[in-house]
Design a binder for this molecule. Sequence first.
Ligand code: BTN
Length: 259
Amino acid sequence: MFSETALRKGLRTRTFGNKIYTFESIDSTNSCAKAVAACGALEGTIVVAEEQTAGRGRLGRVWKSNANENLMFSIVLRPNIDPESINLLPLYVAVALSEGIEHLTGMKAECKWPNDLLINKKKVCGILIEASIRQNTVEHVVIGIGLNVNQTRFDESLRAKATSLKLEVGSDIDRNELFREIVACLETEYLQIASHGIHTVLPHWLSRTSMINKMISVSQKGSVFTGVVKGLSNDGGLVVQTSGIEKTLFSGDVTILGM
Ligand code: BTN
């Protein structure tokens, strides 16, 4: 079971993790973080759980993750950004997570638009961002992170497309150490975008993806189309060329073809 003391031991951040709530079991760390954020929780507050009974993923999906083997946590942020820039936040989180994983394991986790990290073409991490926007102002944002760490067995339906750090590295990973490394990278990148602008994340994300010029299929509101990835728009959309025209996507379920 996670303890605040073990998670915090050696944490080298200024504000991220200033308050850490730990749970043996909870419905969803994002739901809890949203509730504490609405009650005024400070930026950098983190909610961590060993198990989620109603973990949530993107597009209304369920996030299933074995208890005691993985990292599931949420951070409250209060970024000073326009609502129009909100789609850049998952890119910032993905870059910071990829750096944290690389520092601790030496593994390159690549960014898959919009919210995933892949290792050897399999999903190792998902990010769920939930923002509270009022009167055209971003009040707070909850960043939810589900990272497969020491899990080695996945449901039949996930086996072909999911992996964990242990499966890729070949040995157990210290989850407390990994948590601290990731939180430190999240804070470093956050300070970077706070002082130089959130758009500065774009080249960092592009340097950690192999999606450019790849053929993808996109499932959006019941329809599916294919296209070639051309890049990112300034506001974090995915630019795709399809049937001779360029489209910018802001949501959807993307599959990289020929992987
Ligand atoms: C996705 O890939 O669809 C995003 C998955 C995000 C899962 C994490 S686990 C911690 C946090 N709490 C939740 O309920 N969801 C996020």
